[in-house]
Design a protein around this ligand. Structure first.
Ligand code: GCW
Length: 661
């Protein structure tokens, strides 16, 4: 073979391989043949771009009977949802808003891809949250804070003149799962994003996303007036500052008429905020809310605040925000992380949910796996999301789940919302790990309908992304469903938290101690290992964080005997010899849990290896090598943590578990 031929052969192979890559996400429907298309009609009655898109998707991929798409503005109760019904003549998708037809079209295509029976359909879908939003922690230099899937998708240098095809692909993927809002930039926000030069770039993205029903939001830096335009300060009570925001907001809406609003991290981890001028979070949020209100814009004001005071970090958001309850404008929503510390493998829900009675609150989840093995570990997050959403706050009596508190059921709100910190980057497969795509998918599906089960979402996703063969689905659903608990087991079982290596948060470092470092950034602050035991005493004898929960949770969490064992070391410092429900001592149980995590990942490897014939070679190999890393990391976690904690427990590691290396 001459060089040319070899080269062509190589190109052919790489073309074939890349045809099997993960770039298509869950959208793998096959284009229908002209013959099939000729047999059915897709009927629309609207000139709108969104409806046109819905019809185009169906034209291309829908292999069933004819479909008629109808917008009926009277169908307000559907919000941006839809109905799908079948009759002798075919199917009808009805929606109160045009975007509902696009969502309905994707629903049909999903059913088709899943191989569902499409003979008789009667579907009504109304989304649980008004704003279903991704938060990108993307910096203007292309890096992503806590991003593990390559650089940012947004090519700020090239915008607005060069438009990457991935912008539309991104929007399409989001629309297919009902995500309708995106915050483009990091909450640690550069003031530059509000510079006119950047706003035209933002507009270019907004123009693409609009077709898919997605509104653009921006994270703002509270000091923008001062930094960008040299105002004396950025004090929210300064009239000039208020005027500055009003005119900035006007400039934005002139370019982007459907702009969503601002996301704000203020007086948190060194970011500027109203407290710099002796004002409150409410003063700051309301100033922005007033500027946005004429355009129906929203302010998502984050409650992720803590500082190295004597007060338990887990209590600080509540302490800072509760006194402000009732002071926020109706277009402000307090964006609250699911747990009170920071996206740990397991946390109880943040007690602010339900406690603020006159202020809208929304959940912020982290889809990117900052604390869950980056894009190396297979950790399916739907069970974690559901754990928070289904948690009963007891705020309005039993049944006041976080979901019902935030979706408007128990606390009617101007707008309801839910956010997930995105795990998306420019990697070919978008999310680094092929299975991390499932977390993007699951977030969107739960934001639409939080009653869906994690299993159901896993099954849908697997069928669309891989195959609907039962021999593949059964073991893989099981793997996905147990993967979060496996990660908890090998990283931080029994309610341990934040014993990660400093700053990057990848591996274990329970021994970590930096001279001069902030105590609330040191692992010992959280694990409190000593000869007496292990864990953070948040009961009445300790920080009394339990008192921030409604009865009976305060008592349940506060008592060592009734506290759920999976949160034991979150709420209590527990003696090494404490008897667990299964008869083990706490120390033994810790050992067994770490070991169980390792064994679970080993099992994941075996299962995956056995499924080779069901998966294309490229994705098979990629996942296989990631699982290898995960297994090694699990052992690393187990050995490091057990050997370290053993220096305090002074107990042997049980002989029936794998010995530390
Ligand atoms: O989890 C922590 C991260 C920071 C992040 C911060 C936040 C964007 O380690 O990187 O900053 O939370 O949520 O603001």
């Amino acid at each position: 073979m001459n060089k040319m031929v070899i080269c062509c052969a190589f190109l052919m192979v790489s073309f074939l391989v890349s045809a099997e890559d993960g770039s298509k996400l869950w959208l793998r429907g096959k284009a229908v043949s002209a013959e099939v298309a000729a047999k059915r009609q897709i009927v629309i009655h609207s000139e709108s771009i969104v409806v046109g898109l819905a019809s185009k998707e169906l034209e291309q991929y829908w292999a069933g009977s004819s479909v008629e798409l109808i917008v009926d503005k009277k169908l307000k109760k559907l919000k941006d949802g839809y109905t799908i019904s079948s009759s002798g003549r075919g199917l009808t998708i009805c929606a109160g808003e045009e975007i509902g037809l696009l969502y309905g079209a994707y629903h049909l295509l999903r059913l088709q891809q899943e191989g569902k029976d499409l003979q008789r359909i009667a579907i009504e879908e109304i989304p649980d949250y008004d704003v279903r939003m991704l938060n990108h922690w993307d910096n203007l230099d292309g890096s992503i804070e806590r991003g593990y899937a390559g650089q940012s998708l947004w090519k700020w240098e090239d915008l607005p003149r060069t438009i990457s095809p991935r912008y539309a692909q991104y929007a399409r993927a989001n629309a297919s799962i009902g995500i309708n809002a995106t915050v483009l930039n990091n909450v640690n926000a550069s003031p530059q994003i509000l510079h006119s030069d950047y706003l035209v770039k933002v507009k270019a993205l907004a123009d693409i996303f609009r077709k898919y029903g997605i509104r653009v939001y921006l994270s703002i830096n509270f000091s923008s007036p001062k930094i960008l335009d040299g105002l004396e300060n950025s004090d929210p009570s300064n009239k000039e500052v208020q005027r500055w925001w009003k005119s900035k907001v006007k400039e934005i809406y002139t370019l982007i008429p459907d702009f969503g609003g601002f996301l704000v991290k203020a007086n948190s981890e060194g970011q500027p905020g109203p407290q710099d001028y002796g004002r409150t979070h409410a003063d700051g949020a309301n100033m922005l809310a007033d500027a946005l209100k004429p355009y129906n814009g929203l302010v998502m004001w984050r409650a992720f605040v803590y500082s190295p005071t004597k007060e338990d970090r887990a209590k600080q958001a509540y302490l800072e925000f509760m006194p402000l309850d009732g002071q926020f404008r109706d277009n402000v929503i307090i964006q609250i992380k699911n747990g009170p510390v920071d996206f740990q493998p397991r946390e109880p829900f943040t007690p602010l949910f339900g406690a603020m009675r006159q202020t809208a609150g929304m959940v912020e989840f982290q889809i990117t796996q900052e604390y869950l093995g980056f894009s190396n570990h297979l950790v399916y997050l739907a069970p974690l999301f559901k754990e928070t959403l289904d948690s009963d706050t007891y705020a309005d009596g039993s049944g006041s789940t976080v979901a019902k508190i935030t979706d408007g059921t128990l606390r009617p709100a101007y707008k309801t919302a839910i956010a997930g910190v995105a795990n998306i980057g420019e990697d070919e497969n978008w999310t680094g790990h092929h299975f991390a795509q499932a977390n993007w998918y699951a977030f969107g599906r739960l934001a639409w309908n939080h009653a869906l089960s994690s299993e159901q979402i896993a099954e849908e996703w697997l069928k669309q992304t891989f195959t609907d063969e039962q021999q593949f689905l059964k073991p893989m659903i099981h793997m996905m469903m147990t993967s979060r608990e496996a990660a908890v087991n090998y990283m931080m079982p029994l309610g341990l938290h934040h014993i990660f290596a400093f700053d990057h948060h990848y591996g274990p470092e329970p021994w970590g101690d930096r001279q001069g470092g902030r105590p609330d950034w040191m692992p010992w602050y959280y694990h409190n290992a000593n000869s007496a035991g292990l864990g953070f005493d948040r009961s009445a004898t300790g920080s009394n964080a339990v008192s921030q929960y409604f009865p009976p949770l305060d008592r349940i969490y506060g008592d060592l005997e009734t506290c759920p064992e999976n949160l034991l070391l979150w709420f209590h410092q527990v003696p090494w010899s404490h008897k667990m429900k299964n008869g083990h001592t706490m120390w033994e149980e810790l050992c067994y849990k770490y070991d169980e995590g390792v064994q679970q990942v080993r099992q994941f490897q075996k299962v995956w290896d056995g499924l080779e014939s069901h998966v294309d070679s490229q994705r098979f190999a990629a996942v296989q090598s990631k699982l290898r890393i995960q297994a090694q990391d699990a052992i690393w976690w187990k050995d490091a943590c057990l050997l370290y904690f053993q220096t305090f427990s002074k107990q042997p590691i049980p002989y029936d578990i794998e010995r530390p290396i």
